[in-house]
Design a protein around this ligand. Structure first.
Ligand code: FAD
Length: 473
């Protein structure tokens, strides 16, 4: 008797549990061939490559524990899949959907090629709480503002059934011709010690994602609504890279947090709304497919951005002379992650005080974040620079001194990442250039020598940004 074989194509769903495509396929075929294709045309940042390598190792080990074999390929997915299905025993080909325009166009072609070869091809939602096309306002259009979007989504999600039990999956355990070893993908360069530091900060993989969620629910979630704005306190979930690579399901997170008796309703609502922001970003990306390149508001095509490579480099390296900005940029470079409040502060500084194009920030984040995500990153940058779907740029010129004093009151976050300032008293920690000579001496920090003067005047550049906005309003 011939076995009925199906392929599950892993993409940004590097997990075995709560994986809709895998679970439904398991009910339809005798054995599943798990495959991953590294598509060189799909954009991926340097830090994400490190995470991907680790994550594929974890997935491959988890599959081996279940007597299966993850087959890894590199190249054009259409060619690879066409060659795979030339083996006539494959009957079904399933995957979980992606929502960026490159993937949508590519996947449509693959789906139609599979169908014309009489292969049962089905796709599922394993990445979001709701499909972007499902959520419509009263006039039948999509939402451009988060609050009404989320109110509407929440009603839908509450009525969705989420089945938490894991399904038994029978996996195919042979190596397929042309499949590769993970190391052969050459995702990381062992000589670069940049990722060594990042390695100390993270443990990728599905089981670590589960632990991260458990730890968050047990020890942090009940302080989330206040703590989420404090970079000096470790009170956010740090689930973003796990969510990006699909090592954990957003529906599973939603259901675990909603059902938890350890978290009060205020904290639950706040946290679930942040998961909602992730969906909202994909709602925008789906409806504005070129928002990774172009501003949602067309008038920003005429915005008088400056060109200043020197200032850009100083921002990237955390040498702007503005402590909270430098701490954030160094946290990013050292750990591959930055606290959300600080992402907004450094984003406002780049696009408003330095008047540099938001794409420059978006590209640097995309290359250096472990959670670099085409939807959340471009939505975040468009939001902070004021060219996104819901605009109020005048309110978003953050004052980095006041932000620092409010959200890092003792300067502990700054001191952790900017050790030059470790002896500076909290009175001057966010504005060290105002320290009298005596204090500079006592804190062994001569401004202009041990730590730079601010590269721009904050007040002047705020006014310059406001005038620039007037030119396009
Ligand atoms: C300029 C800018 C760029 C950003 N780039 C990215 C990015 O590339 N990838 C990314 O995942 N997030 C991005 N964010 C959103 C946010 O900063 C991170 O998701 C968050 O800091 C991750 O930390 P956490 O997991 O501890 O978050 P938590 O506070 O624990 O939130 C839980 C989850 O909700 C989601 N989330 C939270 N805030 C947001 C938000 N504002 N937008 C979208 N999703 C959110 C994330 O998936 C996060 O893991 C960006 C924000 C800004 C302002």
């Amino acid at each position: 008797m011939t076995l009925k074989l199906g392929v599950h194509w892993f993409r940004q769903d590097l997990r075995l549990a709560h994986n809709p495509s895998l679970e439904i396929l398991a009910g339809r075929v005798d054995q599943i061939i798990p495959i991953y294709i590294f598509d060189p045309k799909q954009p991926i940042g340097s830090t994400s490559k490190w995470w991907l390598e680790q994550s594929l190792n974890c997935l491959s080990n988890d599959i081996e524990k279940r007597n299966g074999k993850l087959n890894i390929f590199e190249g054009d997915p259409l060619d690879i899949i066409s060659s795979l299905i030339s083996d006539k025993t494959i009957e079904c080909f399933y995957w979980n959907r992606l929502y960026d325009s490159y993937s949508i166009i590519r996947d449509k072609k693959i789906k139609s090629s599979l169908k014309s070869n009489n292969i049962n091809c089905k796709t599922f939602n394993g990445y979001l709480l709701n499909e972007p096309w499902e959520i419509k306002n009263k006039s039948g259009s999509f939402f451009k503002v988060f609050t009404p979007y989320w109110r509407h989504c929440n009603d839908i999600i509450r009525n969705k059934k989420f089945d938490k039990k894991t399904i038994k999956i029978k996996l195919f355990n042979s190596i397929i011709k042309n499949s590769k070893n993970i190391q052969k993908l050459k995702l990381t360069n062992k000589k670069l010690n940049w990722t060594n530091k990042i390695q100390n900060s993270w443990s990728p993989g599905e089981s670590n994602a589960q632990l991260q969620l458990e730890e968050f629910i047990k020890n942090k979630a009940n302080n989330y609504s206040i703590g989420r704005d404090r970079p000096d306190q470790n009170l956010t979930s740090k689930l973003s890279p796990y969510l990006h690579f699909g090592e954990i399901s957003p529906m599973f997170i939603y259901s675990q947090v909603s059902l938890s008796k350890k978290i009060n309703s205020q904290n639950k609502e706040k946290f679930l709304a942040e998961i909602g922001w992730r969906d909202f970003s994909y709602n925008l990306l789906y409806h504005y497919p070129d928002m990774t390149k172009n501003p949602i508001q067309n008038k920003f095509n005429k915005f008088p951005w400056l060109k200043d490579n020197k200032n850009l480099k100083k921002w990237q390296k955390g040498l702007t002379g503005v402590p909270i900005v430098d701490a954030g940029m160094r946290q990013l470079y050292e750990t591959g992650w930055m606290h959300n409040r600080v992402r907004m502060i450094v984003g406002s500084f780049l696009t408003k005080n330095l008047l540099l194009h938001w794409k420059l920030g978006e590209e640097w984040f995309f290359d250096t974040l472990v959670d670099a995500d085409i939807g959340s990153n471009s939505a975040g940058w468009q939001w902070i620079s004021g060219c996104g779907a819901d605009a109020s740029p005048y309110f978003r010129i953050f004052n980095p001194i006041l932000q620092g004093q409010k959200f890092d009151p003792k300067g502990e976050y700054v001191k952790k990442y900017v050790p030059e300032l470790k002896n500076v008293t909290y009175k001057f920690i966010h504005n060290p250039w105002e320290m009298p000579e005596e204090n500079q001496k006592n804190s062994s920090c001569k401004i202009g020598k041990d730590y730079p003067n601010p590269i721009v005047d904050l007040k002047e550049t705020r006014n310059r940004a406001l005038s620039a906005f007037k030119t396009i309003s």
